[in-house]
Design a protein. Structure first.
Length: 278
């Protein structure tokens, strides 16, 4: 699985993208993107980390996230069965005639309010959740109408809570974002060999200490933690392709079988052999 710095590719001719049950529960994916995002998840319990907000949910969660607000994938760390639907809306959605259309005034305000991040509850959460799970089954034009209707329902709902008192400001500048893309692409191409902090510092034109601070700021993980999680994701794919544990360990860049086993269990919750037998 590739690390994607949320350079979101929509279907040609579409202003939105729908992801049904993307499984990232073993991967800590702290990220942001220009697109607005509506996420619905059903699980026994889970964590919600968006902007400066950290919270928990039980049963389900429905959150509308504004453009370029950093957030963690809502399924991270979940070990039970779950369902998730993510609707991502083009950042330019209201930069055309839609912005001045009277009938869409409430939706436009909803998108403005998403800068504070909106959490929905009650009947709104359950009703919209059901609609989201079915939208991808509709023909393309009907999807568009259903999405507008869905946002109109959200815009007029009273069952909402703002997760920030003020609009969240993303202080990550374009240079920092571009630098992170370079790091991600480098990991993707070189994870099978030893990668040192010194090498990454040189790649990003930072000192070793500055790189470590920068990467932790951008991802909320140390570089080694992030690299290990990426390698474990690759290892899971190889194990499912019937590679043995030892082969998988060294093909994914780990230099010690005992260290691989320890990190795999820490990330996945079981050792590689147990995972392989499932």
């Amino acid at each position: 699985m590739k690390i994607v710095f949320e350079d979101i590719k929509r279907l040609a001719g579409s202003s939105f993208r729908i992801l049904v049950n993307p499984k990232l529960n073993d991967f800590y994916y702290w990220h942001f993107h220009p697109e607005f995002e509506l996420t619905f998840i059903e699980a026994s319990q889970g964590s919600r980390r968006v902007g400066n907000h950290v919270g928990q949910f039980e049963g389900s969660d429905l959150v509308f996230i504004g453009s370029n607000i950093p957030h963690l994938n809502f399924d991270y760390g979940i070990r039970t069965e779950y369902e998730k639907v993510v609707l991502q809306i083009n950042a330019d959605f209201f930069k055309n005639d839609f912005a001045s259309t009277p009938e869409l005034k409430a939706i436009h305000q909803l998108f403005e309010n998403s800068k504070k991040v909106i959490c929905f509850h009650g009947n709104t959460k359950s009703t919209i959740g059901k609609q989201l799970k079915a939208i991808h089954l509709l023909p393309h034009f009907e999807q568009f109408i259903a999405v507008l209707s869905l946002f109109q329902s959200l815009a007029t709902s009273q069952e909402m809570t703002f997760l920030h008192e003020k609009p969240f400001e993303n202080f990550y500048n374009n240079k920092e974002q571009s630098r992170l893309k370079i790091v991600y692409k480098f990991i993707e191409s070189n994870y099978q060999r030893t990668i040192s902090i010194d090498e990454m510092a040189q790649l990003t034109h930072l000192s070793k200490a500055a790189f470590c601070r920068y990467f932790k700021k951008m991802t909320r993980l140390t570089f080694i933690e992030f690299l290990n999680q990426y390698r474990i994701e690759q290892a899971k794919l190889l194990l499912k392709e019937d590679k043995n544990v030892t082969e998988t360990c060294y093909e994914c860049g780990f230099e010690s079988l005992s260290y691989f086993n320890r990190i795999f269990k820490k990330v996945v919750g079981e050792n590689p052999l147990e995972f392989k037998k499932k």
